[in-house]
Design a protein around this ligand. Structure first.
Ligand SMILES: *[C@@H]1O[C@H](CO)[C@@H](O)[C@H](O)[C@H]1NC(C)=O
Length: 176
């Protein structure tokens, strides 16, 4: 009996309940959310598109995704630019929190130019489309919770020009 009461308090009061739209972080139930997390570039806007260039939300992690951004780079992102992607999912039994998705380092220190970045990117203000493609990780992605908030940190670094950028984004994503 006591255990039962404890259990209902636990499930009703503390679990991360995403059936309520207001519990989705930063309005991600219906819109893409992003902010800058350092770097020498400045971001002005960002939106998610499918491969046909149509606006796409929620996003599908099983399909290639385009992030179109207006930004200003101080120096060039040249051929040696390195990309690092970190992924978190939202949820939990003790309330809502972000937990990093272990990708076994498969998404760290990627050659950016062969992973969706149209290098070289000249300095200056411009609109750039970056393609994110997790299809090589399909087996990992399909294990992740479907229709849930995900957070993605996308970093670029060019050691030769000193240019760097960091964007954090949160989106409702499908994984099936
Ligand atoms: C919501 O977004 C802000 C940045 O705009 C961030 O600092 C904050 O941690 C986010 N909240 C959650 C729950 O992720």
């Amino acid at each position: 009996m006591r255990l039962q009461i404890l259990f209902s308090v636990f499930t009703l009061g503390y679990a991360c309940d995403l059936t309520k739209e207001k519990n989705w972080p930063n309005g991600t139930f219906s819109a893409f959310h992003w902010w800058q997390c350092g770097g020498t570039t400045t971001y002005f806007s960002a939106k998610t598109l499918d491969l046909k260039g149509q606006s796409a939300y929620p996003i599908h992690l099983t399909e290639p995704l385009i992030v179109e951004t207006e930004w200003e780079t101080k120096a060039e992102f040249s051929k040696g630019t390195i990309a690092t992607i970190t992924l978190w999912s939202y949820g939990g039994v003790l309330g809502c929190q972000w937990s990093e998705v272990p990708t076994l380092g498969l998404l760290s220190r990627l050659d950016a130019c062969s992973h969706g970045v149209p290098c070289p990117i000249p300095s200056g203000k411009q609109i750039t489309r970056i393609t994110l493609d997790f299809s090589n990780f399909g087996s990992v992605i399909r294990l992740l919770k479907d229709n849930t908030p995900y957070q993605l940190q996308y970093e670029l670094k060019d050691e030769s020009t000193g240019e760097s950028s960091c964007m954090l984004s949160q989106a409702r994503a499908f994984t099936k």
